[in-house]
Design a protein around this ligand. Structure first.
Ligand code: CAP
Ligand code: MG
Length: 414
């Protein structure tokens, strides 16, 4: 009898997935779930907390969100395509619809956006990666094995020359990638142009020895300056750029990916995502973030460490993120999934067993913290990836690889 009063409930209705943006939410509430779902659909589409005289007939039918499923505390809400802006490809407005006011509704204790499925017409508005996982592999001339990289540590405080030396040593040790850390951008102690030039020289020196490596320069800055920052570092020789997608906004990545002047791959860091993703009952799961990062054109994306590293996150959620990077059902190139955060050689076997070989494995502490220094730290990481690729346990491989052995002695096996 109640159901009749729930304006937005269309349970078990079969909708054309090309006509709606379809979201799954988990909801914690003392209200009956029907009521909670109805209030979310109302708030995020045509309703508000009371009846209103301006809601003319037909508006709800055309533009109202439809709750199509309730299963325990999980609900599915479909938003008609017409609810989204005709200014094509705008993440901010999409987020305001699917992940806006609902988080603050007093009637709900918690709400989490778990997943989103976009119709073809919206997917086609976005550029997707210019290079993607395959493009990165091509640039690095590394066909089959996982990429293996480092985050230069300490995060801040090194000079351009010290960073360039670090990159050179990493390349000599066998790493394919290195990157700035998320808090390093353009500080006095390490101006971005000087750093880019110094690192480009180190990369050239490696290239002359047949070693292919890229370093991602963190250009994260205000949206009004992001393209200018990309131009500046590309002119200084950057081979890859990095953007902190949550702090800069999805649109920053999209602006870069859509601009023809940006030629180099974009490494997407997700610092601050924990504020949204960590509470399993509230916020936004990483999966929708991963999907939108790919839509906006990120070439590589941090997805977590599949349950083995230092950052919170669980294996199954991280695997969902990985699949969102590699999924072939969307009209984009694949994204290189990046596993980073407390990674050390003794855990790489387990990691790669789960991830497969299309992955970039990264370590900061475990490279700079190796007892033999950066080059040996890089060698140990690279050896651990080789061992995983050949499906040889790291401790067996370490018998003939002393750098790996030293790393296992320091940090153990996982
Ligand atoms: C890793 C890292 C990355 C985290 C972010 C750090 O360094 O540079 O920012 O991986 O985690 O500062 O912690 P270590 P996530 O290898 O020294 O841990 O990718 O999960 O957002
Ligand atoms: Mg970091």
């Amino acid at each position: 009898m109640k159901q009749k009063n729930y304006t937005y409930l269309h349970l078990n209705e079969n909708l054309d997935p090309d006509e709606y943006v379809i979201c799954d939410y988990s909801v914690t509430t003392d209200l009956p779930m029907e009521e909670a779902a109805d209030s979310i659909a109302a708030e995020q589409s045509t309703g508000t907390w009371t009846e209103i005289s301006t809601l003319k007939s037909g508006i709800i039918e055309k533009y109202g969100a439809r709750v199509t499923n309730i299963s325990g505390n999980r609900i599915t809400v479909a938003f008609p395509n017409d609810d989204f802006s005709i200014d094509v490809g705008g993440v901010p407005q999409i987020l305001s619809v699917i992940a806006g006011n609902l988080f603050g509704l007093e009637a709900l204790k918690k709400v989490r956006l778990e997943d989103v499925r976009f119709p073809k017409s919206i997917l086609e508005q976005f550029p997707g990666p210019k290079h993607g996982a395959d493009g990165l592999k091509d640039i690095l001339k590394r066909k089959d094995k996982p990429l293996v990289g480092t985050i230069i540590k300490p995060k801040i405080g090194l000079s351009p020359k010290e960073m360039a030396d670090y990159v050179y040593e990493s390349g000599m040790g066998g790493l394919t990638n290195s990157k700035d850390d998320e808090t390093l951008t353009n500080q006095k102690f390490c101006p971005i142009e000087d750093r880019t030039v110094a690192i480009a020289e180190a990369l050239d020196k490696l290239e002359q020895q047949g070693i292919h490596m890229v370093h991602a320069i963190n250009i994260s800055t205000g949206g009004h300056r992001i393209l200018e920052a990309a131009d500046k570092v590309q002119a200084a020789g950057a081979k890859q750029i990095m953007v902190d997608i949550i702090t800069c906004g999805f649109s920053a990545v999209q602006a870069l990916a859509e601009d023809p002047s940006v030629k180099v791959p974009i490494h997407v860091h997700r610092t601050m995502h924990g504020a949204m993703t960590r509470d399993k009952n509230h916020g936004i799961a990483m999966l929708p973030i991963a999907k939108m990062s790919r839509m906006c054109g990120g070439d590589a994306l941090h997805i977590g460490t599949l349950g083995v590293g230092k950052m919170s996150g669980d294996a199954s959620g991280d695997m969902d993120n990985l699949r969102a990077c590699l999924d072939e059902d969307v009209p984009y190139r694949k994204v290189m999934p990046v596993c980073s955060g407390g990674v050390y050689p003794g855990m790489i076997g387990k990691l790669v067993e789960k991830s497969g070989f299309t992955v970039q494995i990264q370590a900061g502490g475990a490279v700079a913290g190796h007892p033999g220094g950066v080059r040996k730290g890089a060698m140990a990481m690279s050896q651990a990836v080789d061992a995983a690729y050949e499906k040889i346990p790291a401790d067996v491989y370490a018998k003939t690889h002393e750098e790996l052995k030293a790393a296992l002695e320091k940090w153990g096996m996982k």
